[in-house]
Ligand binder design. Structure first.
Ligand code: NAD
Length: 476
């Protein structure tokens, strides 16, 4: 990366500064909101393959204006204090923007998970969790992690089990972490939630012709051509949903070992199957052109780009070559502050990370509530809803028969109308509602103030305003 490029945390701080410059907050409150409250660094040893290996991990708490604080745990070699603090700050703003009642936190472990066997990863994860649990840095009331890059349901299941072993009488133990598998207290729809949120965010954007026109686009999502970077948890679901449910043509995919291009659009499931069978590589996938310098596809001619892999991929070195008029930041921090300025000048519309990938924390919030209420969503209402709907349908059909009107309700409509909502439907509905409302709160500021030119600044203003209100309510 360019030496003039600020660090990830500096990038987040610069974006924060740009927003607070037009807000009416006291300098003291600005500073209080901006700083990261604490970062705990732990180094611990695990005996593996006959030798002791030392690992370094972090858990950063950015803001405790609401507790518990919330944020994923990342496993990657590049994890460092700067990155974890930047991500924790983003979590504070993200939770405020989507009205999830949490402060911001983030954790990370410097490790390449692909270098370890499953049982080794379990040992390492349990030990890392132990270090955090004993300091209340994992706790249902204080600090609730979730998956991030390099971690998933499996790691969350180990963490919840470790917490339960160390807190045998805590009735809310399952709420100590989200993103768990269903059998460990997870919720339907969490795995794909971030990708689903990206889809809902794009749908909401395309509901506003004025915003679509600002990106020099027109019409709806259908038929739009997209490039997606990173087919991990976030990118694979977003790409699959967009192509199969919204008729988006995913013409380009960028992965670690190169990219794929197809003018007619890629079959995402087929690419995922190929990657699974070929050690994660996209090379050789039939029916598409392989591009060795995958990142060059970020600059391709398309309607929108979905960077869903990692931070800093659009930076000073490539920003002026990005041709897509719309970028939706599915990853955290994929555009550096310097690149952001270049793109804004060019008129590129950026749907910011703090909003675009908030689907994960939104459904994590639902999971946490489910764990605290000890009951599956829909369990009490589903059949009652069905019975009430049936009453109406039967009455309508009786009326039709009694009065000789000769009509009956279409059976497909009846089946859909009669069915009570299960957990997955409720989760999707809650996520959709959250993504719509959060977008509208951003666009109100974007269009409503003449000192705000972009969605990122609007998102920061909405979020910071809410955090500030929360601090004021505490009497600070
Ligand atoms: P993941 O580990 O599941 O997937 C990352 C994908 O990116 C992998 O397929 C990997 O091979 C690919 N990749 C890595 N380096 C790459 C490179 N240089 N070029 C192209 N592809 C590359 O991670 P994830 O959970 O999908 O997270 C991706 C991003 O989304 C991160 O920035 C993360 O912080 C953010 N995010 C994740 C969640 C979540 O719920 N998992 C929620 C919010 C934000």
């Amino acid at each position: 990366m360019n030496v003039n490029e600020p660090s990830f945390r500096d990038s987040v701080d610069m974006m924060f500064d740009r927003a607070v410059a037009v807000m009416n907050l006291s300098p003291g409150l600005k500073q209080k909101i901006k700083v990261c409250n604490s970062t705990y660094t732990v180094r611990f040893g695990v005996r593996l393959r006959g030798e002791i290996h030392t690992f370094t991990g972090y858990r950063s708490v950015h803001s405790e204006h609401m507790e518990p604080v919330k944020g994923g745990i990342r496993y990657a070699m590049g994890v460092n204090q700067d990155e974890v603090e930047a991500l924790a700050a983003l979590m504070t703003y993200k939770c405020a923007l989507v009205e999830a009642p949490f402060g911001g936190s983030k954790g990370g472990l410097c490790i390449d998970p692909r270098q370890y066997e499953e049982h080794e990863l379990e040992q390492i994860t349990r030990r890392f969790a132990y270090e955090l649990i004993k300091r209340d840095l994992i706790n249902p009331a204080q600090n609730v992690p979730a998956p991030d890059m390099g971690t998933g349901e499996r790691e969350m299941a180990w963490i919840v089990d470790q917490y339960a072993r160390m807190n045998t009488t805590d009735i809310n133990a399952r709420a100590c972490v989200t993103g768990k598998p269903l059998n460990s207290g997870g919720i339907q729809g969490r795995v794909e939630a971030t990708g689903r949120g990206v889809q809902f965010a794009l749908r909401e954007f395309f509901r506003h012709p004025e915003d679509v026109a600002a990106a020099h686009l027109s019409g709806g999502l259908a038929g739009k051509r997209a490039v997606v970077q990173g087919l991990g948890n976030v990118g694979s679901h977003a790409a699959r949903f967009l192509s199969t449910e919204d008729d988006v043509k995913v013409v380009g995919i960028i992965e670690r070992d190169g990219g794929l291009w197809s003018d007619v659009g890629l079959d995402i499931q087929a690419v995922l199957d190929w990657m699974k069978a070929h050690g994660g590589s996209v090379k050789g996938f039939p029916g598409a052109t392989y591009v060795e310098n995958g990142a060059s596809l970020l600059e391709a001619d398309c309607d929108f780009v979905v960077p869903a892999a990692m931070e800093g991929v659009i930076n000073l070195s490539n920003a002026d070559r990005i041709r897509a008029p719309l970028i939706i930041e599915a990853a955290n921090g994929p555009i550096t502050a310097g690149a952001d300025a270049i793109l804004r000048k060019k008129g590129t519309i950026i749907i910011p990370d703090m909003y675009a990938n908030a689907g994960g924390v939104t459904v994590s919030y639902f999971e946490w509530v489910k764990n605290l209420s000890h009951i599956r969503f829909g369990r009490m209402q589903r059949r009652a809803e069905e019975a009430r709907n049936r009453l109406l349908v039967e009455e309508l059909e009786t009326l039709s028969a009694d009065q000789g009107l000769g009509w009956s309700l279409n059976s497909e409509f009846k089946n859909r109308y009669l069915r009570g909502s299960d957990e997955l439907e409720l989760v999707r509905s809650g996520l959709d509602d959250t993504m719509r409302i959060a977008y509208q709160s951003m666009r109100e500021v974007w269009h409503g103030r003449n000192d705000v030119d972009d969605l990122r600044m609007a998102a920061y203003i909405v979020a910071i305003d809410r955090v500030a209100a929360s601090y004021r309510a505490k009497g600070l």
